[in-house]
Each structure stands twice: as structure tokens, then as C-alpha cells.
Design a protein around this ligand. Structure first.
Ligand SMILES: *Cc1c(COP(=O)(O)O)cnc(C)c1O
Length: 422
């Protein structure tokens, strides 16, 4: 038995499924998870000493690679001064300034501890501001695991084959309406059927939790117009796309300004962080300024802020960071697609910037229903092959490949060679 297998046996006795988040279990690919001992750059080492080129990057945060020295130094410096005070600190101000000065759609921002919390709070603010209850979300989009958002919620639940979670009272999702991704007329119909009742439309501006699904030309703009016409708010959940497609995220990439934005993952540099922000008049609804209550004992804590700030500053100040990362990624995904084409294996290689996904299907993937046409057994074989070649992919057909600036040409070349041997 390997060290990872032994750890997994111990873990299963005391942790449900042996993991602290279901996406980490290798159930859908019929294997047991590798326990990771450490990482540096784009590389991971597991508890058995096996090395991998990592394409998960902690599910997005590690856009600079693991153990980035500036981020580690910032954490060490902050750590020496104490871990948490539950009081206002300077780094929170610097973080808020950096975000608000960089993102045109954000006048004010509140830090929280996860993407889940960011979305939950943004929705509460949207409801408080509009005085309406209903929320439109899209099938296959994941917005964290709060009750109201656990409806047609993408990868984690897709992979486990659970359509909706147990333990969520119907009352909690009764105000959650769902539409198909990329289907503007479906959203329009919901607005017509629920006049003056929809507080907000929330969307991943690039679907990144059912594999990668790109918004069709005009879709996001159409949502913006529909929301304006019906006095509803548009919320971009940029927990994955924020600071990844570019420093200004998907809203900058597509040039569409949402009313509220949620962040997580990259914004914490590997620490548990989330944030929500947006228009001043909406954010002024939040306590202690306004009647929408939201709080957090560890929110904005010095260590998380230090890690996040160090990472964001590097991203902002490195010349051509995103241009280079996106060019490298485009090239890589292009080559990966060609490998499958050459072999005659039908796949859809959806990609944008440093996010990509190989769907094992011959149908274009534009929404949840088409993503579901993928051959997950074929994916499981591909996953196992790549893992044994030292390539660590997400253990689910419905997750993404995340490229970081730490992936070298050699790393990417090795990955293509491994795919070529599949
Ligand atoms: C990961 C994710 C979340 C939830 O963030 P957590 O930090 O895991 O709570 C919310 N929205 C999107 C788009 C995500 O990818």
C-alpha cells in the first residue's frame, strides 16, 4: 500500500469520504486520491515522493505557481506581527484600494473568507437593495454551497451525480430560478413570468464549473440589457475568472460592467479569502452603513491579506503578465486539440486565456446539457493515463485545466507528449 493509500484509509475513518471537499476525492475516476506533501512552481510532490506537473493549481489560486517567494515572504512578515486581531488593519485598506482603483465596476468592497461567503453576501446585498427576492442562476454554474445556490450547481454535484443537495429545504431554493447558459430568451421568459420580482441575475461570465463554457457573442451584453430593463442587478461571479483572464477579470475581458462582483481563489494567493464589491449605492446597504447584515470574525485577517496583496501586486506590476500567460496557454491548448484531432478522438477543446477543458464529446459544448454529453468513462481513462505520466489533472470531466506562469515550456511539452501517448 502506498503512503497516499494508507493516509486515505486513515482519513476515511474520520473525515466523510476521506476528504474535506468532495472534488478532491477521485471517486468519479475510480481511483484513490494522492496526498500532496508539497509544491513549488508548477510541480507537486506526493507523500510517496512521486512528482507531478500540476494543472489544478489549488483550483485556481496558484496563478503564480506554488510557494511563490514574494507571497511566502509577505506571509512570513505578517505572521511575525500576529495572526489575527479582529480589528481594523492597514493591509485591508491597501487591499480595498487596490481592488477599487483597478476594477472600474467596483467602488467599494468587503472581504470575506471564501467564494461561497462572497456569493451569499452579494445576493443578500442585491436582495436588500432591490427589495426583491428572486435570483436567476444558470444550469451548470457553481456559486458556492449556500442553500439558495445549490440548484443545478455544476462540477462537484455533477461529478457526484447529485442533482440537488439533500438537506436543503424547498423554501431555500424557491426563489432560485434557473436558465440554460447562453440562452438569453430563457432569461427573458423568466423576467416576463416574474415581473418586478427578480433581484439579480448571477453568472460565471465564463462557465468554469461544468468544464469551460464560453459565453456566446452578445450573451453577457444581452444579460446586462435585460437586467437594466427590469431594474435587476447583474452579478458576475468572478471567483475563477477574476484576476485570471486579465487583471480586470472577465468584466474587463468582455467589457461588460456588472453591478456586483464576487471574488475568491486568486484574490487570496492560496489563503482562504473571498470578496464582494460593486456600485457604491449598493455596497452602502451593507452593515454598519446600511441594513444588510454581514460579518466575519477572521475576515480581512492579516495573513490572508498579506498573501493576497502580494500576489495581486505581482500580477498587476509584472509587465505583460496576462498577455504572456494567455499566449502560452492559447498555444498549449491549440496543440492539445491537434493531438486529439490527429488521433481521431472526438473532443471539444474549450479554452480562454489560461483556462481550458478537454470534453470527450463530438458535440459543441455551450451549456450544461451539451457538457453532459461527454464520455466520462473515456475521461477516466485519460485521467489515469496522464496521472501515471506525472500529469496531475482535476479528477473530473467537468473541471478545468489551470495554467500558471510557473508552467515552463518543458512542463507543457511533457504534458503534450503524455497526451500524445494516450
Ligand atoms: C470555487 C467557486 C466558488 C466557491 O468558492 P469557495 O472558496 O470554494 O467557497 C464560487 N463561485 C465560483 C465561480 C467558484 O469557482
Amino acid at each position: 500500500m502506498s503512503n497516499s493509500e494508507a493516509l486515505f484509509e486513515r482519513a476515511k475513518q474520520y473525515i466523510p469520504g476521506g476528504v474535506n471537499s468532495p472534488v478532491r476525492a477521485f471517486r468519479s475516476v475510480g481511483m484513490s486520491p494522492r496526498f500532496i506533501a508539497g509544491g513549488r512552481g508548477a510541480h507537486l510532490v506526493d507523500e510517496d515522493g512521486a512528482e507531478y506537473i500540476d494543472f489544478i493549481g489549488s483550483w485556481g489560486p496558484m496563478i503564480l505557481g506554488h510557494a511563490e517567494p514574494h507571497v511566502l515572504d509577505a506571509v512570513k512578515e505578517a505572521m511575525e506581527q500576529g495572526l489575527s486581531f479582529g480589528a481594523a488593519t492597514k493591509r485591508e485598506v491597501e487591499m480595498a484600494e487596490l481592488i477599487c482603483e483597478s476594477i472600474p465596476g467596483i467602488d467599494m468592497v468587503r472581504m470575506v473568507n471564501s467564494g461561497t461567503e462572497a456569493v451569499m453576501s452579494a445576493i443578500r446585498a442585491a436582495r436588500g437593495f432591490t427589495g426583491r427576492n428572486k435570483i436567476v442562476k444558470f444550469e451548470g454554474c457553481y456559486h458556492g454551497h449556500t442553500d439558495a445556490m445549490l440548484s443545478k450547481a455544476g462540477s462537484g454535484v455533477m461529478t457526484q451525480g447529485i442533482s440537488d443537495s439533500a438537506g436543503v429545504p424547498a423554501g431555500c431554493t424557491q426563489d432560485t430560478l434557473t436558465a440554460a447558459y447562453n440562452d438569453l430568451s430563457g432569461v427573458e421568459a423568466l423576467f416576463e413570468a416574474n415581473p418586478k420580482e427578480i433581484a439579480a441575475v448571477i453568472i460565471e461570465p465564463v462557465g468554469a464549473n461544468m468544464g469551460v463554457v464560453l459565453p456566446k457573442e452578445g450573451f453577457l451584453k444581452g444579460l446586462r440589457e435585460l437586467c437594466d430593463r427590469h431594474q435587476a442587478l447583474l452579478i458576475f461571479d468572478e471567483v475563477i475568472t477574476g484576476f485570471r483572464l486579465g487583471f480586470t477579470g472577465a468584466q474587463g475581458y468582455f467589457n461588460i460592467q456588472p453591478d456586483l462582483t464576487t471574488y475568491g481563489k486568486i484574490i487570496g494567493g492560496g489563503m482562504p479569502v473571498g470578496a464582494y464589491g460593486g456600485r457604491r449605492d449598493i455596497m452602502e446597504m451593507v452593515a454598519p452603513l446600511g441594513p444588510v447584515y454581514q460579518a466575519g470574525t477572521l475576515s480581512g485577517n492579516p495573513i490572508a491579506m498579506a498573501a493576497g496583496l502580494a500576489q495581486l501586486k505581482l500580477l498587476k506590476e509584472t509587465p505583460d503578465f496576462y498577455q504572456k500567460l494567455n499566449e502560452t496557454s492559447d498555444h498549449f491548448f491549440g496543440e492539445l486539440g491537434e493531438i486529439f484531432e490527429k488521433k481521431g478522438i472526438p473532443v471539444q477543446l474549450n479554452h480562454i486565456g489560461s483556462l481550458g477543458c478537454v470534453f470527450f464529446t463530438d458535440q459543441p459544448v455551450t451549456d450544461y446539457a451539451s457538457a453532459k454529453t461527454s464520455d466520462t468513462e473515456q475521461f477516466a481513462k485519460y485521467f489515469a493515463h496522464m496521472l501515471s505520466a506525472g500529469i496531475y489533472l482535476a479528477p473530473s470531466q467537468f473541471e478545468d485545466m489551470f495554467i500558471s506562469s510557473a508552467h515552463t515550456e518543458e512542463d507543457l511539452e511533457k504534458t503534450l507528449e503524455a497526451a500524445d501517448r494516450f
